[in-house]
Design a protein around this ligand. Structure first.
Ligand code: SF4
Length: 325
């Protein structure tokens, strides 16, 4: 019987799910993903998490609880320290496996091997070896499994860069026909952490609402690394948080190249990095006054009606400006 390993549909799931799924399957696991976010999943997360945590961490607790209910044999919660040299992931990711182990009752085995390539890329060897131990696989087999999974990650990243959303890219990798991307000349950038903008429940269907209003949505993940690097060159200092760097670089590139008609920044309440990068993006964009900018703050109490009203007003302004210039 294969070991059933759960992956929470939260946090860096939106960047690494195809890679993690393929790697774990090659090691012999049966992968189980937590359900789509619902009010119930969020409520359970809030119940088990400390009050001070940000919304995405609370939600991730709810997804872990959902996997516990599915009676998986193990939960894959890699300790995300750094995924790029010289950069870090937010410290809340680092402590997340410990927070879960302290606060969620009835947990199965937690695979919480660290991913930390800040100093050297080769650290990924250690990661694969330590994960492999859970499946009785040696260092060589585990490393080969990981190497053979990398092409799927490259294909996934390419699909995102072609304009697909993570769930659409996952569907294409699973053999579905790629969704035709709507051609419209009204373009709006949605800038935010992947777990905020791509989770339909948490974002209150922001992206599909925009698409239904005839808007082409562009996110920082639809840009190549080269385009992101171009944007961050404007900053006086290097941003060492990987996700914040991508968001800021993406927003500034889209703005500077006149690639969008408006920019929406989505931030999570109680997020330290968001409060800084949101401010940075807003200052640069408002200084040039080229395109309308809107900030949306999400927490577990954010009302949908308020967000919808603001979105409609924002789109009216974007359209009006386009006609005026
Ligand atoms: S970056 Fe912000 S939203 Fe993401 S885990 Fe850290 S504090 Fe939470």
């Amino acid at each position: 019987m294969p070991i059933r390993v759960g992956i929470p549909r939260a946090l860096l799931y939106y960047y690494y799910f195809p890679l993690w799924q393929d790697f774990l399957q090659r090691l012999g696991a049966e992968v189980v993903v937590s359900d789509l976010t619902t009010k119930g999943i969020l409520t359970r997360g809030v119940e088990h998490c400390v009050d001070e945590a940000c919304l995405p961490i609370k939600l991730a607790f709810g997804h872990v609880k959902n996997l516990v209910d599915k009676k998986v044999d193990a939960i894959f919660l890699p300790r995300m320290v750094s995924v790029a040299q010289g950069e870090y992931i937010c410290p809340k990711f680092l402590g997340f496996p410990d927070m879960v182990k302290q606060n969620v009752p009835g947990l199965p085995t937690v695979i919480d091997t660290a991913i930390n390539v800040r100093k050297k890329q080769q650290d990924i060897h250690r990661f694969t070896r330590e994960v492999g131990v859970h499946f009785n696989k040696g260092a060589v087999k585990s490393w080969l499994a990981y190497q053979r999974s990398l092409p799927i990650h490259i294909r996934y990243t390419k699909l995102l860069e072609q304009g697909h959303l993570p769930d659409e890219a996952v569907a294409v990798l699973a053999g579905k026909k790629p969704k035709a991307l709507a051609e419209t000349d009204l373009k709006v950038a949605v800038i935010g952490h992947p777990y905020n903008i791509y989770d339909p429940f948490i974002s209150m269907n922001l992206i599909s609402r925009l698409r239904k209003s005839g808007v082409k949505v562009i996110t920082a993940d639809n840009l190549t690394e080269q385009m992101v690097s171009q944007g961050v060159k404007r900053l006086p200092k290097k941003l060492f948080w990987t996700l914040s760097r991508r968001m800021t670089g993406g927003a500034l590139t889209l703005h500077d190249t006149n690639a969008v008609d408006g920019i929406i920044h989505v931030a999570a309440f109680a997020c330290g990095p968001d409060s800084m990068t949101g401010e940075l993006i807003e200052r640069f964009i408002r200084r040039d006054r080229k395109v309308p900018f809107m900030n949306i703050n999400l927490d577990e109490h954010t009302g949908e009606a308020g967000v919808v009203t603001r979105l409609e007003a924002f789109l009216d302004m974007v359209r009006w400006r386009r006609q005026a210039v």
